[in-house]
Structure formats: structure tokens, C-alpha cells
Design a protein around this ligand. Structure first.
Ligand SMILES: [Zn+2]
Length: 71
């Protein structure tokens, strides 16, 4: 009988941590702290920021340009 491995996560260390494409931060939760887009990664902070950005504002344009390079 295999024991349940759920909840038995290893601590996240090393170089495998994703780095956010927009803010260059590494989320504490690692890959679960955001979403992956192709080979890039967006942390949940930036993800929620994108959602709240108004279309047409300057920051939205900057983010959009960065995302276009991934997409
Ligand atoms: Zn970010």
C-alpha cells in the first residue's frame, strides 16, 4: 500500500523556481504562485494587476507589449 503523498510537498529550492516575466520576482509559492504562459511565467501579483489595469492606460500598454513577446 502506497501512503498518500498529498500534503507532503518538498520545500522549493534551487534554480527551478519560476521568475515572473513582468516584475522579475520569484513567487514564494513557486510555480503555484502564478501562471505559466508558454515558456514564461507571470506571478499572481502581476496577474491580478493585469486584470485590474484599465485598457488604454500607459501601464497596460507596457504590460501588453511584454506579454506580446511571450504570446
Ligand atoms: Zn510578477
Amino acid at each position: 500500500m502506497e501512503p498518500e503523498t498529498r500534503g507532503n510537498e518538498k520545500p522549493i529550492t534551487g534554480v527551478l523556481l519560476p521568475r515572473c516575466h513582468l516584475c522579475k520576482e520569484v513567487p514564494k509559492k513557486g510555480i503555484r504562485g502564478g501562471i505559466r504562459i508558454r515558456k514564461s511565467f507571470i506571478c499572481e501579483n502581476c496577474e491580478s494587476r493585469i486584470v485590474t489595469l484599465e485598457a488604454g492606460c500607459s501601464e497596460y500598454q507596457i504590460v501588453l507589449e511584454k506579454l506580446k513577446k511571450i504570446w
